[in-house]
Design a protein around this ligand. Structure first.
Ligand code: NDP
Ligand code: 13P
Length: 331
């Protein structure tokens, strides 16, 4: 198979490096310097410093070539760039080929999931999402991990499972695309909250409470939007939530930690090269909560911190004023 990955950031490059071991793989970067570095030096120093990439991996800065030669198209750009890149590529994408999203976010204006954008921009193409507890640098280092390919089409799921399964990376399939994509997007908001707890230095009991109540919150919203309860207890829900909330590699957790230390969001984002999707997903989650009549206390509190209305310390102190209800309730 010929596989094209659009986006040569941390995750797009990592997935391309896995796939290229058995399939002809081309990764597209809008930056000619990144494409040249991958082709000539087998490195991507900006996004994956210190890692050697397989010589079999080739790169291009020509979006048309990447789109037109693909038999499977993998979208590795963040959610805010997803529609734009796909719209630029769509006239060149061969008919009916599967399109896989790597992005863990929701579209700002529409709150759409990435596979819904694929269905709008490339109607008729099977759309899938690859999601799960998969920190790029651990995967590239060859450490064991599990992930999920989510698509409603079983034949496509099996094909993609075969293409993506490499070494110690176990690829499961799941037909609950809504639940898988929402778990991947919403866990980033909770990871910001867990990072804040870390930055405030408040301890492991607090972190455990944030993770558990965060899971309840993302499962509540996810089910209201059509996801299945079991999915949120699986790799794409609980699994990814734990990895992201605990890992020092997580960008979302990093943002939260810095806010917990009292820094300003703009200053934290200004020094980051890579993407923390949760910052954009938080307001979308709040709007979805309004739409579905849900309290979502963690998402709403994180939103107030991100907008500067309250500090991370205020958010933590505010717990005193919100009485706990039953464990099955929102608080
Ligand atoms: N990193 C990880 O461990 C994982 C990430 N993900 C998800 O994968 C998605 C991508 O993340 P990741 O690779 O980490 O992000 P990075 O920030 O590492 O890289 C983003 C890439 O997208 C490119 N890009 C950004 N905007 C545009 C645009 N408008 N047009 C073209 N290219 C663009 C960047 O190019 P440029 O350098 O030119 O700006 C860069 O190559 C996210 O949704 C993330 O949540 C999922 C699992 C694991
Ligand atoms: O999604 C991820 C791990 O599964 C990566 O998390 P961050 O985007 O927070 O780094």
């Amino acid at each position: 198979m010929r596989v094209s990955v659009l986006g040569a950031g941390s995750w797009g490059t990592t997935v391309a490096a896995l796939v290229c071991k058995r399939h002809e793989t081309l990764v597209w970067s809008r930056d000619p310097g990144v494409a040249e570095e991958i082709n000539l030096r087998h490195r991507n120093q900006v996004y994956l410093p210190g890692f050697a990439l397989p010589p079999a991996l080739t790169a291009t800065d020509d979006l048309v070539v990447a789109a037109a030669t693909a038999q499977v198209l993998i979208m590795g750009v963040p959610s805010h760039a997803f529609r734009g890149v796909l719209e630029r590529a769509c006239d060149h994408v061969p008919p009916w080929i599967p399109v896989v999203s790597l992005a863990k976010g929701l579209e700002d204006e529409t709150a759409l999931r990435m596979t819904q954008i694929v269905e709008q921009v490339l109607p008729g193409h099977p759309a899938a999402a690859l999601t799960g507890p998969n920190l790029a640098k651990e995967i590239l280092a060859g450490k064991a991990a599990a992930t999920v390919i989510a698509t409603g089409d079983e034949t496509v799921a099996t094909l993609l499972q075969e293409i993506l399964q490499r070494g110690l990376l176990r690829v499961y399939t799941n037909g609950d695309v809504i639940g898988c994509e929402l778990g991947g997007a919403l866990k980033n908001v909770v990871a910001i909250a867990a990072g804040m707890a870390e930055g405030l230095g408040v301890g492991d009991n607090t972190r455990a409470a944030v993770i558990t109540r965060g899971l309840a919150e993302l499962a509540q919203l996810g089910q209201a939007m059509g996801g299945q309860a079991a999915t949120f207890a699986g790799l794409t829900g609980l699994g990814d939530l734990v990895a992201t909330c605990l890992s020092p590699y997580s960008r979302n957790r990093h943002v939260g930690e810095q806010l917990g230390r009292g820094r300003k969001l703009d200053d934290v984002l200004a020094e980051m090269i890579t993407t923390a999707e949760g910052v954009r997903t938080t307001p979308v989650a709040v709007r979805l909560g309004d739409r579905h009549g849900l309290e979502l206390p963690i998402c709403r509190t994180i939103h107030r911190v991100l907008t500067g209305e309250i500090t991370a310390r205020d958010a933590y102190a505010g717990l005193r004023h919100s009485p706990a209800g039953t464990e099955s309730g929102p608080w």
